[in-house]
Design a protein around this ligand. Sequence first.
Ligand code: ZN
Length: 294
Amino acid sequence: MNRRCFFWAGALGLALSLLFAANGLAAQYKALIVTGQNGHNWQETTPVLKQLLEETGLFTVDVAQSPAKGEDMSGFRPSFQDYNLVVLNYQGDAWPEETKAAFVKYVKDGGGVLVYHFACAAFPDWPEYNEIIGLGGWGGRNENWGPYVRWRDGRAVFDNSPGRAGGHGPMQPFQIVIRHPEHPITQGLPEKFMHVPDELYGWLRGPAKNLTVLATAFAPADKGGSDEHEPLLFTVRYGKGRVFFNGLGHTAKELKSVAFIVTYQRGAEWAASGKVTQPVPEDFPTADEAKVRE
Ligand code: ZN
């Protein structure tokens, strides 16, 4: 290596370390994505979920990957307490009792949780998990798990009628309607905005304690829906913990929707900190036009 080359290599190294130092300063929160089993393609969505958190500049992100389905889970013990945010992209075998207890303690003590899409189907027989996620679906859940939460006459109401928990019609584009515009996650977003064709989750049910509906989407019966305004973005207060549910995003393709990206990033910051500092981006969807980022 000649001298000039040496100089430029040194300059590049310095620039890179300054860049990383700047990133380190900006990243205020530590996030952990928990995955490794899911009826959905977690291998495909996890890197996207990670990148979307990192691009806010607010998070450094680790991934806790469980053993595969059916394998020995006894060593799966993510250190939840080291993080400000736990993103759940997991639906599968039960965690060890110690891990379950550590997760409940993490949330109770003020941890942030983001429940992503099919994580609402995990752990039907774990009562604390059902309380933490507020509403769940599938896994044999029914009216014994709690009410449906419906948006009727301008407010959220419990519907205790018996029936299934969890379902959706074929992939369809839908409009999301903000029901709580003063919440940090939704503040400043337009009242109505379009999402790309995706599963429109419906019939979720659960304890729904301390649950605040942020946004709904109407699921028409002629497109396989409940004919109700389904809660797709909501928060749950569990102990001192903040929980945000985002029902959007079946595969990596739907994660390109700006409606998903922005609600995910804002919900993550709120769950981690209780506030949202991110501005609403200029490419935010409108009431009749979805937007995607390639
Ligand atoms: Zn799905």
